[in-house]
Design a protein around this ligand. Sequence first.
Ligand SMILES: C[S@@+](CC[C@H](N)C(=O)[O-])C[C@H]1O[C@@H](n2cnc3c(N)ncnc32)[C@H](O)[C@@H]1O
Length: 320
Amino acid sequence: MEYYTDERGILYDKVKYHTRKKHAFLKGYLDIWVERVRHNPPTLDIFDLYASTGLCYCEEAKKTGLPEVIWDGSAIIAAKALSRYSKGRLLFLNSYNTVEKMRKSQINNLIALLRGLDFKKSSILISSPIEDAVTEASKHIDPRYPSLWILDPCAASDLPWNIVEKIGNMRATYDYNGEMRIRKPELIISLMTEDLQRFVDIRPDIISSSLGMNEEIWRPKYEELRGGGLNTREAMIELYAEKLSELYEKPPILAAEINITNESAIAYCILLLTDSPAGHYIAKLKLLPEFKQWEITEWRLNARQITAELKRDPAQKTLF
Ligand SMILES: C[S@@+](CC[C@H](N)C(=O)[O-])C[C@H]1O[C@@H](n2cnc3c(N)ncnc32)[C@H](O)[C@@H]1O
């Protein structure tokens, strides 16, 4: 990751054009929370575990026709959404860097940005490798209430499956109009498909760690999916989506596939897992069509997955 510093000393992640799409999705999804969850709103906590500097700077913006050179990164998008949401409770930011000097700079940057926003909700800022960050975050979640977790690593190896599993299992029962339900955290995951494609033969250990499966388990499934006509990227998404479906008893929404500027290659995709049926339907019906302006393609669920999904929830039939 490279950084840009402006004349005030504020730090920005130097990003490519395609990052804009990721942030458009995140903002769009949080807008749903802020604007649509009006009736008797629950509290909301946001955990951004790969928070970085909070801002983006895109050198190639003009060349690629983007309207702005700088924009908010995930931490500041989350902070602004929580400020606007009446029941916003906690903003938990983990901004880690392997270079110690950068860890301090990133945290100081986030502190300055939150102060600049006059952020009034509770906030916790830490700088830890992901394993420690999840342990710390688990002390602050109230699993009875909604929480949104942003898992946006730079590389597939930075997000092992056991992290996703730990977060997905931070659950509690809650009373929904007299009916007891299980609350699961909402997840937004950047799945680094380009890495998974690249490593499938040369670093199978990274695939095993990302998918949380030994190679003897994932390799035959992968070969079967490839034999069924999926390319490597699609097969990897399928395997990951299956794992998430097992964990959540609901398949993820493939919210966006992010292309690298001027290339057809897809760098990563964004998966959304929401426990709330309303969030699930609204994201599919409302957000994704609006999102077309960013040339986002929806995941073409393959026959196996559609069948599995319909078996679980026949009411979703009309959505495909
Ligand atoms: C893609 S950037 C995140 C960008 C940010 N989410 C945004 O949208 O503005 C990934 C961040 O994760 C950090 N990182 C790398 N390895 C990590 C690890 N093992 N644990 C936690 N963070 C890590 C990187 O230093 C970088 O700041």
